[in-house]
Structure formats: structure tokens, C-alpha cells
Design a protein around this ligand. Sequence first.
Ligand code: GDP
Ligand code: MG
Length: 617
Amino acid sequence: YPPERIRNFSIIAHVDHGKSTMADRLLELTGTIKKGHGQPQYLDKLQVERERGITVKAQTVTMFYNYAKHSSKLDTSAAIDTVRSTEECKYLLNLIDTPGHVDFSYEVSRSLAACQGVLLLVDASQGVQAQTVANFYLAFEADLVIIPVINKIDQPNANPENVKNQLKNMFDIDPQDVLLASAKTGMGLSAVLPAVIDRIRYPNGGALSPLRMLLLDSYYDEYKGVICHVAIVDGALKKGEKIASAATGQSYEVMDVGILHPELTPTNLLLTGQVGYIVTGMRSTQEARIGDTLHHIRTVVEPLPGFKPAKHMVFAGVYPADGSDYDALSHAIERLTCNDASVSVARESSGALGIGFRCGFLGLLHMDVFLQRLEQEHGAHVITTSPTVPYIFEYEDGSKIQVQNPAILSSTSGKRLVTCWEPTVIATIITPSEYLGSLITLCSERRGQQIEHTFIDDQRALLKYRLPLREVVVDFYNELKSITSGYASFDYEDAEYQEADLVKLDIMLNGQIVDALSAIVHRSKAPRIGREVVEKLKKLLDRQMFEVAIQAAIGSKIIARETISAMRKNVLAKCYGGDVTRKRKLLEKQKEGKKRMKRVGSVDIPQEAFHQLLRTT
Ligand code: GDP
Ligand code: MG
């Protein structure tokens, strides 16, 4: 396949607008997968993706498509002269499915680096949503050809004309360029791939230049070892050749090379413009640096522009639920980070929870997905501390530290703190106008500053706010959804740090600080949060044989207090008559409960309490 017969494209959209379904249809249309075979959303391979119905990891697939050029209208501006005379041409199309959720925009920009164009899908009844806007700009800034597709036109409340207007108003998209389709019924789909071929330019690397390939992704396969997804930007790659990493200088032999069609299909050769996989002798995916440029050994090349590095927005401590499992957890985290290089990991310890890890995530959903994968794919049971955002604390002597764990602050208390800085984001919210009032209230409660307020048509408005990241991390999305009955959509990008009046909120049990429950909060919110945590903890803690004082404190100042009176917990008191088996069951249950306790000072905290509390503070 000469580059003129190759198209590399991606599908981008707001979540649930139909990317994965569209990808399925295109795979069927090209005979890459059999119709009705396999599961829907073929490219969503991970269990979490199937359960949550979201795409987390971008996947690549190669399709072959016979295109009879004369049968469709020619877009002269982008048409390719060389194929006009041929009646039917075979094209090689690389489709890269991308995740739609805000946390994974890192994956989206990564996918786009290997593309020359995108299909921008918009739901015909929901219209343009917050991630439509975000994804449009990612593609637009990357100078990609954008093919707008209004999907789900089969729906009874579809209003494609209205969506066309929105696309015109917001992105200056010519209504004539918009395709109408239904990934469900197949309506309009026959025009999609011809549009990809006609409008998207082919990858124009130097076929005769020295090899340069972009490392897109990597994962670990039990049988083959590390498998890398690559895009050949210049030159060609053959099996058996020796390549080197521009980032590390390390060299490797290419033991296998091929395309994803849709599974690994050896071809022994990849040419300019192609996307495929390689297997080298890499021992861990840590060696495979995403965004790295690979080249033949003994050649000197200019490295490709790489990717925006992942930015960690949320940090949390991850501890084994059972103290003895540290090694197992360590191993599980190592294996999983092989597959998700966007997580940062450092060792830490906690008085309450023992030895564990401080992990950095792209966002809360990313964190949830990571924890779920730890459990499902690697059998690790964990306790996580309250998620926090990376604050910057500046001291008297001019030194600054990034605080990823509130617990470390007590050890630096010798120096006088001068200024606290907190990360902020610019949030875009798209909402039906009737919810505007309550959303504005929500944003100001969350310490937001309004930047923009516009109407995108007669029923919908767009709001832009600068918000402290912490306020967004804690349940903002759920609140937004519940205020607007699910109709508003939301996306954010990171912005600068701003000065903030922050304090460290400690939770104490009988005078002893439970380090895992410490949090950094805005001074104005400390009393409320302190009260909530203390009340919740009272409900969650079992009565002990002695009185327990639960307190929230800022430094030495107590801001909330509850007391649990002493009582011996007696399971048998609830027992019914002399039923022996029931009695034994209850006793076993109590033993089971004991095992899952963490002891702080003399107080036992059930594991459940950490789970409940740590996710909400
Ligand atoms: P993604 O999040 O963008 O990947 O969206 P999915 O492909 O997972 O689709 C989200 C939901 O919309 C699924 O329940 C699909 O069955 C449904 N869906 C996708 N395309 C269409 C369509 O053209 N018409 C209708 N009625 N439903 C669709
Ligand atoms: Mg999907």
C-alpha cells in the first residue's frame, strides 16, 4: 500500500454519542469482523470498559476497504488525482477508537497524533455537548480534517437540523459537509468511509527517508512480552531489523511486526503511513516510553514532536486491605502500570494503614477505573485514602513543596508557611437554559469565577468557569447531573495555580490523629467538612469497650466533636433461642469483621469506615 492508499483516522465524540458502535459498524462493513459475531463494542476489551460501557483505552485496528471512486461525489479540494482513473481501489484504513470521558483526554490527544483526520460524532437529539467542544478543539488545534457526522438519526426525537445549526454557530462547520447516520440501523453509513477517503489527506511521510516511528502505546502480553503500537511516520520497518529509542538510546531487535486486523496479524513489514504493532525484546513496558521516537540503529534522526505528558490531577494513598498483602499489591500495581503508564506511583507509609503507595491519576474516574482494574484483573483488595489534588505550599525561606499527601505536612511544620497555592481548571458546561440558575449557584458555592456565559441556541447555554480543582474532584459531576436531571454536560482543562486560604484538617480518635483521614481544605469549608466527617464516623464506628471521642481539628483547635459511649458489643444478645447454626454463623461473622479492622491507638476502625469516609471527604 502506497501512502496515497492509506488513511489514518479516529472517531471522537462526547461520551455515549456512539463512537464504539460506529467503530463496530465500520469493522463489519469492511469485513474485519463478521456481522453479528463477537460482542458489541468490539474494541472495548477491558472488563471495566464492558461493565461501565465506556472506552478507557484507545485501540487501533486496520481495515481494508474497496472503494469505487466514481460512484460517489468528488470533493475536488481533497481528491487524489492518482486514483481517479481507477475504478475500484483498495484502501488501508487505520481506525483508532478513543475514550470520550474528560479524564482520558490524554488518551485522545495521543490517538490524534497518529491521525490525519477524525469523524466528529454528535448525537442527533442531544446535540453538541461539553466533550464535543473539547474534542473538536483537540482535533482542530492538531490541524486535522474534521468530518462531522450526526449520529442516531433513527431516534424519534432526533433533530439533525438543529444540530447542524449548532455546529455552524460554534465551530463554523458548513452544514453541507455534515453526514447523517445511524450506527444502530446502518442508515447513512455507506457515505462514511468514502468521506474518510475523499476528505482526509494521506499520511505524507518520506517513504525514502530514514525510519521514524512514533510509539503510541504499549502493553504486556504473557506470551509475547511487551507489544508496542507504532505509527510509521517516515521510512519502513522490516522484521529482524535493529531499532533504537531516541529517548533512551537503548537498542532492540524487531522480533515480530504486523498490523491489528483486528488481532495481531504478522506482516513482516510496515511501510510509511502505516499503523501497527512491533514486538521487541523489551522486558517491561516502562522501557516503552509513550510518545518516543524509534529509528534504525546507526541513523541519526530528529525526534518527532511526542505528546503532552500526562498531568496528575488527583492523588490518593493505595494500601493493601490486609496488611500482609503488601508484596502482592506491589506486584499488581507494577503489572497494571505496565498497561496504564499515565499513573504515577511512589511508596509511602501511614500510621493507620501501614505501607502502601501514593498514586497520581488523571482524574477521579481514572482513579476508579484503576482501582477496579487492580481488583478485577490482578485480584488486589485495597483501601484508598481521601483523594487530594496537588497543592503547592510556599515557606518563609522561599522554598516550595508540592503536597500530594496531607499527612506529610506535620513533618515540615518547623518552617513558617507563607502562601498556599491550589490548582484550578477551566470548566465548560453545556446545559438546557432552565437549569442555568441552579448551575450558577453550584459554581459559586464551589468558589468558581464566571468567565463566559453564552447561548448556543434558543434552548441551550454554555457556561465557562474557573474552578478550584479540588471542588471539581469532590462530587461536582454527580451534583451537576442531579441538579440538571442528567441534561448538562461538563468538561474541564487544567489551568494555573491560584492563591488560596488552605488549612489541614485532622481527624482524631481519643486524641490520636488518624493520618489517613487528614485532608487539606479551604478554611471557609473546614467547619462543615469537619462536622460531616465526625458525624459519619460516629455512625460507622462500632461501640468499643471504652468511650471514644471523635474530633476534627485544625492544628490544636477542635472544630467538631462526637462521642461514642462505651458498650461491649455483644453479638449473641441478638440471638434467637437456641439455634446453634445461627449462633455459629454470627460468631464467624464477628470474627470476619475483626479481621478487617485497622487499629489506631486503641480504637478499631472497620475497613468499611475508611471506604465510606475516604471517598467523600
Ligand atoms: P460511545 O460512548 O461514544 O462509545 O458510545 P457507544 O457506542 O457505547 O453507544 C452508546 C449507546 O448509544 C449504546 O447504547 C448504543 O447502542 C447507542 N447507539 C449508538 N449508536 C446509535 C444509533 O445510531 N442510534 C441509536 N438509537 N442508538 C445508538
Ligand atoms: Mg465507547
